[in-house]
Write a protein of this length. Sequence first.
Length: 244
Amino acid sequence: MLKKFIPNALTLMNLGSGVLAIIAAFQEAWSLTFLFFVLCLALDFLDGGVARALKVPSELGKQLDSLSDVVSFGVLPALVMFLYMIPYYPDWNIGRVFSEGRWEEFLPLVAVLVPMSTALRLGRFNLMESSSYFLGLPSPANALLLMSIPMILRSDKSPEALLAFLANPYTLAAICLFSTFLLNAPFRLFTLKFKGGSFQDNIVPILFLIAALVLLLTLGYLGIPLIILLYIGMSLLGINKKKA
C-alpha cells in the first residue's frame, strides 16, 4: 500500500536534504546550508511520527533512518567544521599532510571523528530495546550543536570575545572532540515524548521546551549551544538521579 512508503519517502528526503546541504557548504552558502539542515531535522522528526500514526513501522524504515542520519547528522556537520578549520592553514592539502608529515596541519581532520561517532551511536541505538530515555546525546541534537557554530560566527549579535574564542582551529577541533564524547557518553537523557497523565508526569520536557523557546527567541543562534547544555544538565539532574 502507498501509505507504507510515505515514512520511507520522508526519510529519503532527509537524506536528499543532507546532500543538498553538503553541496551548499562546499559553495560556502552557509545560510542555505543551515536551512537544508533544519529541513533534515524536520523530516527526521516527521518520518517516525508518520510511521506510528499510519501504523506502518518497518525494519527497512529503521535502517533507512539510521543511514540517512549518518549523512545529515554526521557527515554534514563534520564537513562544515572541517571547512571552517582549513582556512587557518593556507594551501591545505591532505596529500602533503600525510606524505610530508605536516602534522601541524592535521587538526582539521579531527572532524572525521564526528561521522564515525555518529555511526557508532546510531548502531548502538538500533540495538537498544525501546526505552524512555536516550543513552548519550541524540545525533540530531549533536549535529545542531555543531551546525550552530558557523551561524554564530556569522551573526552580528555574537560578542567579540566569543567570536575570538570560536575563530580558532583548536577551539573548533575541541568542539568536535567534545561532540564525539557526547554522542556515546554513558549518561541518560530524557526524551521529548509526553506521557499520558498529569502535568507533573511531563514537567521536565515541558520546562525544557519553554526554556529552549525563550533562549532561541532572545539569543537566536547563540541560544542553540545553551539549549543543548541545558538539555544535558536537566537530564543529569533528573533522569540519572532517578535511575529511570
